[in-house]
Design a protein. Structure first.
Length: 58
């Protein structure tokens, strides 16, 4: 595993479909591991919603 000098895993070695240490419970009660891809999608949606909200207030 490649790590940076501070011991953190570098982003180029992290797979988007690997669990990142958390989980959500779906509608059927199943535990679904949270992946890097899920986090990235949520951040993108948040950024779009914040950008759209600020444009509406200008």
């Amino acid at each position: 595993m490649n790590t940076s000098k501070d011991g953190a895993q570098s982003s180029d070695t992290a797979s988007a479909d690997q669990p990142v240490g958390g989980a959500i419970i779906d509608d059927e009660g199943h535990e679904v591991p949270i992946t890097e891809e899920m986090i990235q999608q949520a951040c993108e949606k948040l950024e779009v919603s914040r950008t759209g909200a600020s444009e509406k207030h200008d």
